[in-house]
Each structure stands twice: as C-alpha cells, then as structure tokens.
Design a protein around this ligand. Structure first.
Ligand code: NAD
Ligand code: DAU
Length: 356
C-alpha cells in the first residue's frame, strides 16, 4: 500500500511523514516543490528509508502528478502543499492563487482521472484528503461561538481566500464527480520544524538572537493553538474513518491572545536559557504596525471530530509549548540552515517599514 503526500517537506507535512513512519511501513510518495518553506533537512531522519520516495515537483504539474499516480498506485492522496503565510499573501498574492487554487485544481484533475481508472475495490477505498484552515471562516467577535463545520465562509486575506477557493473545488469534485474527498479545517499549529516566519518560532529565534519581538497592533488578537502532532493524528484518523464528502474541524480549545503567547515563550526561555544580563526576554517585546485586515479572533469547535471519530488532542498548550521551545534550543543547526538570504530578505521586507 502507498499514500501520496504533497507538501511533505513543509512544517506540518514533514511532521506528518515522520509520524507516519513511526507507526507504519506503508510507502509514502512525497511530492514537494521545495519553495522557501520546504526543507529536506526536516526529513533527515528518514535518510535510507526506502519506503519514503521524495519527488521535487509542483502539484500544478499535471503531467508529473499523472505519471506518479500511475506509477505508484496510491490508495490515498493527502494534500498539504500550499503557500501558507498570511503576511506573504498580503505582499504578493499571486503565488497563493497559483498554488492554492490553480495547483489544487490541476491535482484534482489528475486524481480524478486516476481514480476513474481504478478497479472497483481500489476505487471504493480511495481517498483524497485536503488539509485546510480555520481562516476560511473569517474572524470572530469576542462572545461569538467557535467555528463549526457549517459556519459560513468569510475569508479575509488573499491566503484564506485562496484556501477557501481550494476547499470549494474539493467539495465540488465530490458533489459533481463523486470523488471520495475529505476536508480538514485546522486551527494554528505549533511545534518542531515550524518555519521562523510564523509567530511562535519567530519569537523564539529573535529572542535568542537578542532581536526585537515584533507584536502586531495591540497583541490582543486571539488564535487557537494545536500542537502539530495532534493535527497529524487527526488527519490520520479522518483518513481512516472519515465520512466521504465531510468536513472536520480540528482544534484543541486553546484560545490565547498573541501577547500571552509571547509572554509564555519569554518565560520558558528565561527558565531554560536565561539571558546573560539576568533580564527577562520580555524586555525585547516591541509593538509594531498591525497586519492589514488582521483577523481578530479564531476559535475551532472540534466536537464533530471527537463525537464521530473519537479524536482528542494528546497535548495541552502547556506541555506542547514547552516541548516546542526545547526543540528550538536543541536544534539550532536546523534554525541556522533555514535563515538563508531569502529568509533575511523577507524579514527586511515585512518588518523594516513597521514603525514601533
Ligand atoms: P508550509 O508553508 O510550512 O509548507 C508548505 C509546503 O508546501 C512546503 O514544503 C512547500 O515547499 C510546499 N509547496 C508549496 N507550493 C507547492 C507546489 N506548488 N507544489 C508542491 N509543493 C509545494 O505550510 P504548513 O504550515 O506546513 O501548512 C501545510 C498545509 O496545512 C497548508 O495547506 C496550510 O494551508 C494548512 N494549514 C496550516 C496551518 C498552520 O498553522 N501552519 C493550520 C491549518 C492548516
Ligand atoms: O489559523 C490557521 C492558520 O494559522 C494557518 O492557516 C496559516 O497557514 C498559519 O500561518 C497561521 O496563520 P496566522 O496568520 O494566524 O499565523 P502567524 O504565525 O503568521 O501569526 C499568528 C498571529 O501572530 C497573528 O495574529 C499575527 C501575529 N503576529 C505574527 C507575526 C509573524 C505578530 O504579532 N507578529 C509577527 O511577527
């Protein structure tokens, strides 16, 4: 048996592939374009593992995906590949349209043709699992109920709009062609191998480098945090037992304002790697100009996944964030290797014009 993973060299995809091999010998075809966010070092533990077949390529390359599907005959496709950073989508939305919308469309077309050609049993067992985000639902007010699967779509950034479009395509391929799809919409992930353009790894990396910790606006925006390995276990569970055509929200009921996250990270670093001057890392916090169109609050209602498929997260925020900070302290080589020239250019582009 074989599964076909896209974007498996990114943050969540690499965690998913590593966890997969921790529990199974089933072959994984891992198709990743290796954009700035893709990193084979995150998969270094799999060197010599013949069941991991890495292919560098674009989900939008229909000839390539058609050939890979025909050659490896996977029983499932798990689609992680995407442009994923909201701030980058504000600076340059085109890549988001190309990969998240056009790329997903081409992948769906290749998969549909492959699935149509399968024998009855393989056809009935096949799954296309699309990994999506809570951001498609828009922004919540303070007292609003958490996002359920029936919440209307109200994406506010080019990133979330492009993910929303891909979700709609996946849904339509089920409704129109009967393609056996599953969609997961997850809240903010954190954990190992998280690229340091995102809030938590950026704060850890900047704190250790003695740099400012840039908090957008008033820092009171709320995100709902889930340890990445819990997201991976949810995806495995949905793949195994999800109802065809259904959507499952994934989250751990961990709503926190950004400023509280930054304080927690500083507190853990104060304990685990104190500053040489004896002061707290909190001294480095700097409030900067807000993100345009910044969503105020996300919160995921994950009761459907718990009720129907029995999934629950294993980590609390307290255990997960401690493991995460410790991972960054223990993996400084990985951190240094991803801080390339293009990473430094991005930091300059995103932060140099945000006044304090
Ligand atoms: P990431 O940016 O870390 O990784 C994306 C990966 O996709 C990279 O390895 C990149 O090289 C690859 N990729 C990009 N364009 C490609 C293309 N055209 N063809 C093939 N590969 C391509 O992203 P992530 O945080 O790991 O997110 C993975 C998925 O999960 C995305 O679909 C994202 O929308 C979704 N998601 C992320 C979060 C989160 O908190 N990070 C939460 C919910 C959902
Ligand atoms: O909710 C799921 C989404 O979570 C995923 O779909 C996205 O792929 C993922 O990137 C993430 O999006 P966010 O925009 O919520 O994540 P980010 O880490 O970029 O920002 C988290 C919050 O922290 C957000 O309110 C903006 C704020 N922030 C971020 C950065 C990078 C800061 O205050 N300062 C920063 O420097």
């Amino acid at each position: 048996m074989t599964i076909f993973v896209t974007g498996g060299a990114g943050f969540i995809g690499s965690n998913f592939v590593l966890d997969w091999f921790a529990q199974s010998n089933e072959t994984v075809i891992n198709l990743d374009r290796l954009t700035y966010a893709g990193n084979l070092q995150s998969l270094a533990r799999l060197e010599g593992q013949s069941a991991h077949i890495f292919v560098r390529g674009n989900i939008g390359d229909a000839a390539l995906t058609t050939q890979l599907l025909a050659q490896y005959q996977p029983r499932a496709v798990v689609n992680f590949a995407a442009e994923s950073h909201v701030d980058r989508s504000i600076h340059g939305p085109e890549d988001f349209i190309q990969t998240n919308i056009v790329g997903t469309f081409h992948l769906l077309e290749s998969v549909r043709a492959y699935w149509n050609g399968l024998e009855d049993e393989a056809k009935a067992g096949f799954r296309f699992l699309h990994v999506s985000t809570d951001e498609v639902y828009g922004s919540l007010g303070k007292g609003d109920a958490a996002f359920s699967e029936t919440h209307r779509y109200e994406p506010n950034s080019p990133y979330s709009a492009s993910k929303a479009a891909s979700d709609h395509l996946v849904r339509a391929y089920h409704h129109t062609y009967g393609l056996p799809v599953l969609t997961t919409n997850c809240s903010n992930n954190y954990g190992p191998y998280h690229f340091p353009e995102k809030l938590i790894p950026l704060m850890i990396v900047n704190a250790l480098a003695g740099k400012p910790l840039p908090v957008y606006g008033d820092g009171q925006q709320i995100r709902d945090w889930l340890y990445v390995k819990d997201h991976c276990s949810a995806i495995r569970r949905v793949l195994e037992a999800g109802q065809l055509g259904e959507v499952y929200n994934v989250g751990g009921w961990n709503e926190k304002p950004n400023i509280e996250i930054v304080h927690t990270v500083c507190g853990l670093l104060d304990e685990l790697r104190p500053r040489s001057d004896g002061k707290s890392y909190q001294e480095q916090i700097t409030f900067v100009t807000d993100r345009p169109g910044h969503d105020r609050r996300y919160a995921i209602d994950a009761r459907k996944l718990e009720r129907e498929l029995g999934w629950k997260p294993a980590e609390t925020f307290e255990t997960g964030i401690r493991k995460t900070v410790q991972w960054y302290l223990d993996n400084q080589d990985w951190v240094k290797a991803v801080q390339t020239g293009s990473y430094r250019d991005w930091v300059e582009q995103n932060y140099s014009r945000r006044s304090a």
